[in-house]
Write a protein that binds this ligand. Sequence first.
Ligand code: FES
Length: 484
Amino acid sequence: MSHTFSLSRVARLVGVSRSTLQRMIKAGEISTHDGEVEMDELLRVFPDVKWENDGEYARVEEIKKKAFAKRVFERALPDREVLADRLFDLSSEFAAAKSLLMHYDQLFDWTLRKLDDVAETGGADTAQAVSALKTWLRGQIQAAPKEAERGVILLAEESAMRIVSAQVKVQPSGHEFFVEGTDTILEAALRAGIPLNYGCSNGNCGECRARLVSGEIKKVHPHDFVLKESEKANGTFLMCSNTAVTDVVIEASVAGATDIQPQKIATKVKSVELIDAHIAALHLITPRSQRLRFLAGQRVHLIADGAAGDYYIASCPCEDRHIELHIRRDNRPFARKVFEDLRREDPVTIEGPQGAFVINMTSRRPVIFAAWDDGFAPIRSLVQHAMSLEMAESMHLYWVSEALSHYQDNLCRSWTDALDNFTYVPLGVDGGAQNVAERILSAHHDLTHTDMYAAGPAAFLHHLRDGAMARGLSPLGWHGEVVV
Ligand code: FES
């Protein structure tokens, strides 16, 4: 039986994104069975990958080197009990494989002896044929297959990966992510940008209930919420209390914009970054035990010392306790507060989130993002969320600058450098909203299988939407948010 790898593991092993692999599968360049890639196929498609220099193997080497740096060690490895369980599982697998190998070895010796018996009882021709057969068999055993050495390294790297991280597959959404370090399944999902449903995140509300379909989990945090006996019997568990010991499949629901309850969180200013004279990036940090639950593309109500205002979150929900907002210098009270005297450690209350300008997580189609001035804030959050989910076949970002500069131009260029499926085009406003919309669309003749997310003034959205629909964009593929 051939060894197989999940797409997520292949992505990590060969250092390409899942969306690239999906493109290759669609193009027939790599074949899969039940969503898994066989080892021979992997070695065939990626003959040039030097496993020992990339991915998890190198990462484990790095961890070993830095073992004295306690924090790195703690972040990368699971807690001792989970580590022991994973090592035990791997040892059992190794023992089973070794015992099977010993059995085959004995079978080979027994076959040779049987052949000797046949040679003794047969004539000269039989003895000659048996001798030739034995020589051939020994030759086959000794001649290591061409790919054997690379296969050994590949398996070693995969084993290292399974000790460091366990993979979670979510049904029915199909999302996949890895649980690393001491993370619970919920923490790992949120870090990967997958908004699994949850409430308190500390074992009280029961909102994060999921069902274990296969694999092994372990409780790493106690919880007060009491599961019914019938729930326990069918494998229900709390994602905020458990981690994955082995690769697991779970049934869990993914939250949409309407599933997220309003929250009120007392944050602190981490920094006010004056990007230029007209725009500031406000970085907030939530309390250690409380993160803001939101989806990329949503906005919040901010209050600082009596000054209030609504702003889009520019950071990804995957960024844990850090929240970034882009504040334009204008006469709104909150903007005045930020540019005049808001300082590090000052309290800022967040209320929200609001809005339904969020990503369609079931779509795998190419995506076009279009932002006008600081409409870039929600678009940035959506782009980063889409990147963390590795969901889109390709992504194109257009950023139109009118009153503001392309104030995070370098960040957008770094995305282009880092991803082979990402393009970025900064645009001026010459000719007005209609002209800009036409310039964006001129590069996309057929939008039948595309999603479009745009944030900016109503006139811009109007022209972009009409032009996109004329090129085949489905009404379900259009997502527009008026940002003024
Ligand atoms: S999120 Fe409340 S119990 Fe897990």
